[in-house]
Design a protein around this ligand. Sequence first.
Ligand SMILES: Cc1cc2nc3c(=O)[nH]c(=O)nc-3n(C[C@H](O)[C@H](O)[C@H](O)COP(=O)(O)OP(=O)(O)OC[C@H]3O[C@@H](n4cnc5c(N)ncnc54)[C@H](O)[C@@H]3O)c2cc1C
Length: 358
Amino acid sequence: MVRRFLARILILDIHEDFGGHASRNEFQINDRRIIGYGGTMLLEAPGGFPDVATKLIKDLGIETQRFYKYFDQDLYPSLGLSRGLFFDEETFGSDHLAVGDITDPSVLAHSPLSAKARSDLVRLYKNDQHYLHDIPADQRGAILKNMDYRTYLKDYAGMDDEVLKVMQSAARSVWAVNIDAYPAYDAWSEAYPGFGDLNLGAGSSDHQEDLDEPYIFHFPDGNASIARLLVRKMIPAVASGDNMEDIVTARFDYGQLDNPQSPVRIRLNSTVVRAQHAGNNLSNPVKKTCLRRHLKPLSEKFGSSCPEYSRPEVLMQHGTSLQSLSTGGHMVMLTGMTRSLVKSPSTRIHGPKKNVTG
Ligand SMILES: Cc1cc2nc3c(=O)[nH]c(=O)nc-3n(C[C@H](O)[C@H](O)[C@H](O)COP(=O)(O)OP(=O)(O)OC[C@H]3O[C@@H](n4cnc5c(N)ncnc54)[C@H](O)[C@@H]3O)c2cc1C
């Protein structure tokens, strides 16, 4: 039986490209096109995905097993590279490269660290105990959620100041922040050193699954390929091709994104400032949406149809463009690549709910 979907869907995004954080970087250097990820990088531990995510990935044609072939896990060893730690003169007084496992005391023997800092660093990585024994077990999770990782290392683990300097950039490569802006709870959940045998219940098992799968499930442009696969699936006219390989170099016709003939449309450069269900009833379609097409101060753009703004210019009002996609009393609005649940008729949409993923 052929199932027909009558819903018409409009996806709105502030940005000039779709995908949200799953963005793609492209550089043309002479006759070479270089592709890289602009944001979210990889599918983390897809073996532990919930059924709905596994199905989505499959529906998009992504075979995660193929990454074992595509991703060269031996690249660095084959180039004679190994792990190491660089101490820069600016921070540590002299430039020094320590090559090898830093928990091996001989690797740090000639580093610019004091004996106390070297011993603390080894303790940080080797200690199988955590540092929250004075805190009742049922309060440890909450304490970590309200503390940055640096504070945990300094005030609870008692790490030397030089160790804090070594660790300062530990979260930077993935999260783009230093450890004084990285939650201690996340550090525990992501298996950063210093938490030993700490068991906070929820999260522990996910954590083990993450450790069991390698960090290889990424396209050359990171998760932008997933966003592109989604868009090609929803709006087939936008690009040719039909598999996870050809999406990487597929050219997208952006003129097809907001085609009135298409049941799914994506409108870029458009900011949602208000969405409201007809009759204040959550099961009704969204009745009104105010948009500004190009970023300008709010005070210049919105007026009578958005009572909270006083100037009388409203660029668009959609009576029926945004449709209810789901039952259960929630209008589902798509921004970026995931759904935002609008739970109250008067909710202002500032953006989608953040997925809690690595
Ligand atoms: C540093 C970092 C690294 C990460 N690495 C990974 C990773 O490797 N793998 C992974 O799975 N996850 C990773 N994540 C998490 C991942 O980025 C998020 O889970 C994901 O981006 C959430 O997707 P989303 O579509 O819900 O939101 P977003 O990607 O944030 O997209 C939201 C979109 O909505 C638009 N928007 C917001 N407000 C409005 C409005 N009022 N009107 C119109 N449009 C609006 C925004 O412009 C944006 O394009 C990482 C996160 C960070 C911060």
